[in-house]
Design a protein around this ligand. Structure first.
Ligand code: MTE
Ligand code: MO
Length: 387
């Protein structure tokens, strides 16, 4: 465990980076552990959790969140074909297809096209309880996708923007009764409206440092407010075309199988993984003397949040406090709740978030007609034992 002053420094550093003043932010609201504060163990944590599966996969232990931004060595990571090695010095981003000026752009040239920051919460569509470890929050540095597309000149016929990573691997693709073994690339796409909205971002740095290899060095796409899979790492090529892109990771793997009531009839469908569903979860419970505190996380597509509430056992929903250091539109939001009168014994704690449109985070029961496990945004009860 870090000592308190190191933690404070890191916290202060990340706040300064965010352009926020440390003055004016009440110390109590920050998520770092205070002097004398200890973590109350969850009793529903699975045994033998594999936080890291080197070199490809890492989960964030959400109990250790100690600031608005997730440090690079804690940032969750997952991908399909391992980590390709791309040399930033010789790297060129290709822009091809329906453009006036096909491009091959080096990292230095990209940086000269503009350099801005974007705070974006991050969540893999497969993230779910009880661990909720495939999430994080980053301050990305890069250039808006639209700047690069404008430089290439998007032709009027373009409807689809395909993003290919440098990574690929052997896949057996089934087509009706046939099977084909091929070397498949990782690819995702955005439609014209999404691609030219000004929101998608090409990032070369996270929290002020060049992307690490697992984060997609040297360049990745970030689609703020969308699930992790849209954020194509090791971005190698942007290809503009008229027809819809139906590659494996666009049209097949990242789908949700769900039923929807339409005019009183259940209609079964498969929907694409796109924007993040409204979610909150309890990240940790702490104790300081006889006082208990619940700290949690909100992730969504950037729609402003109206409230977060916490419920202990069968008690009433009670308002939680939003952390003032997490106010960015697309960033995750942290919240705290002071749990008064915690009695010794087993307890269940759950949170729910409501956005300004009146959308409420659903219960597990309300999500019943969503069959496949992606987009699991239901309220997630956690169990603790107070001694
Ligand atoms: N090139 C490439 N990009 C990718 C993937 C991949 O397999 N290849 N996986 C996606 C998925 S499913 C997720 S959740 C995020 C993970 O990003 P991270 O490792 O930075 O957390 O990357 C996305 N981008
Ligand atoms: Mo993912």
């Amino acid at each position: 465990m870090m000592n308190q002053s190191t933690r404070r420094e890191i916290l202060r550093g990340s706040l300064a980076l965010a352009g926020l003043s440390v003055l004016g932010i009440p110390e109590w609201a920050l998520p770092a552990l205070a002097q004398g504060e200890t973590v109350v163990p969850f009793t529903d944590l699975p045994e033998n959790v594999r936080w890291e599966t080197p070199p490809d996969r890492r989960l964030l232990d959400v109990r250790t969140i100690d600031g608005p931004f997730t440090p690079k060595d804690k940032f969750a990571t997952t991908q399909h074909y391992g980590h390709p090695e791309v040399d930033p010095a010789t790297f060129k981003l290709k822009v091809s297809g329906l453009v006036d000026r096909p491009k091959s752009i080096s990292l230095d040239e990209l940086k000269k096209m503009g350099s801005t920051d974007l705070v974006a919460g991050f969540e893999c569509s497969g993230n779910r309880g009880p661990l909720q470890g495939l999430c994080g929050n980053g301050r990305w540095t890069g250039v808006p996708l639209k700047t690069v597309l404008d430089a290439a000149g998007v032709k009027a016929a373009t409807r689809e923007f395909v993003f290919f990573g440098a990574d690929h691997g052997e896949e057996e693709v089934e087509w009706r009764t046939q099977k084909y073994k091929v070397d498949y690339q990782f690819g995702r796409s955005l439609n014209r409206e999404q691609a030219l909205s000004g929101r998608p971002f090409l990032a070369w740095a996270l929290n002020g440092e060049p992307l690490t290899r697992h984060q997609g060095s040297p360049l990745r796409l970030i689609v703020p407010g969308w699930y992790g899979v849209s954020n194509v790492k090791w971005l190698a090529q942007i290809h503009l075309q008229e027809e819809t892109y139906l590659g494996k990771y666009q049209a097949r793997w990242y789908r949700t199988f769900r039923g929807e009531m339409i005019d009183g009839e259940m209609r079964w469908n498969e929907t694409a993984i796109s924007h993040m569903q409204l979610k909150s979860f309890v990240a940790r419970v702490t104790r300081n003397g006889s006082a208990h505190k619940v700290t949690g996380v909100v992730l969504n597509d950037g729609t402003p949040i109206k409230s977060v509430e916490v419920k202990v056992d069968e008690g009433p929903w009670q308002a939680a406090t939003m952390d003032p250091s997490t106010k960015e539109k697309y960033g995750w939001k942290l919240f705290t709740y002071t749990w008064n009168g915690a009695t010794p014994g087993a307890h269940t704690i759950v949170s729910r978030v409501t956005d300004v449109t009146g959308k409420v985070q659903p219960t597990e029961q309300e999500l019943e007609s969503k069959k496949s496990f992606l987009e699991q945004n239901s309220q997630a009860p956690r169990k603790v034992m107070i001694s």
